[in-house]
Design a protein around this ligand. Structure first.
Ligand code: URP
Ligand code: ZN
Ligand code: ZN
Length: 492
């Protein structure tokens, strides 16, 4: 079971105060967009149907409590949550007895329709969101990638891409180079566009990576804007060197991605820990909060743990692949099988996932993302002769809710209330959309899912909703989860 210690609660309070600083601009802005239901609807249309709906007799779960109650919804907004609500004949009634009625999942980390490593992710804002809804996720936050370094051009491009949306979404901004123009554009993002979370890359040398000198400038800028700095923490120079060594040794297959340096030194995972520590120190030096995305290794998690214990405001986001998979797949003799597991930072050896699960259950890590960044077999085959050219990324937007349930709740590592916290509420709090999202309470959006704990189905590329022809969670099990007020039922 998870528990929050007092220092962690204090941290939540402090980070909330800090992040609420920017709330006014966010709440009136376009960072979080109500998308229309269905393909082709544009941003700004109400997300929910106008039907009146009563969800009866389920166990309503919030991050802090659960109770058997009815939930009454009108025009996409929760109107009342209490036992024995009486309604007229014009209301659709759903019996949720024996099921959990919970806030829909919010995925803090996705890449839909992203150009990356000479290719483009196969899921766009329609197929990716359809997959999300099918898996009980009702909102996600995607990363805008600048165009030739320009944040404004990048946002313009993503506004077009996201017109296909069928559910609510928000944007973080990735920063892929640093200069005065970018610095000024960050001001525009925060003050006019409502985007106040920025991801900096300490890896992908030669493309997205920025060095420490620039990272420090960027962190200072985040602090001055009251924005949240996010990092992809890997030592990009050393990763590059390690990859070069692998190629020199003639190791060109996907296993080279995990090795990138002699395995007995376990070198590459250390490069994540080193970069995490460095980013934490630089953010601490500037005294600005830090959000570490896709925490994949014990080393990185321990750095976050140390920092939090010392009072620094650091948030750690594990992703589903890091929690439940291990790197053995990268040694599969079949290239396509192995290549589908290539992502960065790499999926680690067995043992890291278990440690990350424990850290999530103890509150050392706070919320679970997916880094959904999907390429099909043909796209992955770009790296058939050289693992460095395999487009990095795995699926997860559809599977996250199932795998966190299966791995964390079914195993008894976290409670059902903590499940809601790590899959929904914490994300809503950190990114200033709580309690509109992340809660089942009067006044909140009716982004509700009903999860049947007694159901079971097998995850497979044959039946999933992503456009990819592969699935890294093939054979894992999920629960039936529906989103009744969002045009569902989205039966799995
Ligand atoms: O392999 C990954 N993670 N692909 C997406 C880009 C990123 O670094 O998040
Ligand atoms: Zn990243
Ligand atoms: Zn990512």
């Amino acid at each position: 079971m998870a528990s929050s210690s007092s220092p962690q609660r204090l941290f939540h309070l402090l980070s909330l105060i800090l992040l609420l600083f920017a709330f006014c601009s966010i709440s009136e802005s376009s960072q979080f967009c109500d998308a229309g239901i269905g393909y082709g609807e544009s941003c700004g249309v109400s997300s929910s149907s106008s039907t009146k709906l009563l969800i009866k007799g389920g166990t309503v779960v919030n991050a802090h409590e659960m109770e058997v109650a009815d939930v009454y919804v009108e025009d996409g907004i929760i109107v009342a949550v209490r036992p024995n609500i009486k309604v007229g004949d014009d209301v659709t009634v759903l019996d949720a007895t024996g099921k959990f009625v919970m806030p829909g999942g919010i995925d803090p980390h996705t890449h839909l329709d992203m150009e990356f490593m000479g290719s483009g992710t196969i899921d766009d804002f329609f197929s990716g969101q359809a997959a999300a809804l099918a898996g009980g996720t009702t909102m996600h936050i995607d990363f805008v990638i600048p165009v030739n370094g320009s944040l404004l051009s990048g946002l313009e491009a993503y506004e077009k891409k996201s017109k296909k949306s069928c559910m609510d979404y928000g944007f973080h901004m990735a920063i892929t180079k640093w200069d005065e123009v970018v610095s000024k554009e960050m001001e525009i993002m925060v003050n006019e566009k409502g985007i106040n979370s920025f991801k900096f890359f300490m890896a992908y040398k030669g493309s997205f990576m920025i060095n420490d000198e620039l990272l420090l400038q960027a962190f200072k800028k985040c602090k001055s804007l009251g924005a949240l700095a996010m990092v992809h923490a890997e030592n990009g120079d050393a990763v590059y060197e390690g990859q070069r060594r692998m190629i020199e040794l003639g190791i060109t297959g996907p296993e080279g991605h995990a090795l990138s340096s002699p395995q007995w030194l376990n070198f590459r995972k250390r490069l994540e820990g080193e970069a995490t520590a460095r980013a934490i120190k630089l953010a601490g030096f500037v005294n600005t909060p830090l959000y570490v995305v896709h925490v994949m290794s014990i080393d990185a998690m321990e750095e976050i743990s140390k920092a939090r214990k010392s009072g620094l405001k650091v948030i750690g986001e594990p992703v589903v692949s890091g929690l439940v998979l291990n790197d053995s797949w990268l040694w599969d003799p079949d290239f396509i099988t192995a290549a589908k597991y290539v992502m960065s930072p790499p999926i680690r050896a067995a043992g890291h996932g278990k440690a990350l699960q424990a850290a999530l259950s103890m509150g050392t890590l706070q919320l679970v993302g997916t880094d959904h960044c999907t390429f099909n077999s043909t796209q992955k085959a770009l790296g058939i002769d050289d693992f460095q050219k395999i487009p990095n990324g795995v699926n997860g937007i559809e599977e996250r809710m199932h795998l966190v349930w299966d791995t964390m709740v079914e195993s008894g590592q976290i409670s059902v209330t903590d499940y809601v916290r790590v899959t929904s509420t914490e994300c809503a709090r950190i990114f200033n959309i709580y309690p509109r999202k992340g809660a089942i309470r009067a006044g909140s959006d009716a982004d509700i899912i009903i999860l049947n704990p007694n159901s079971s189905f097998e995850i497979s590329a044959k039946s999933h909703h992503s456009r990819s022809d592969t699935n890294v969670y093939e054979g894992w099990r999920g629960k039936e989860a529906t989103a009744p007020s969002l045009g569902g039922p989205w039966w799995l």
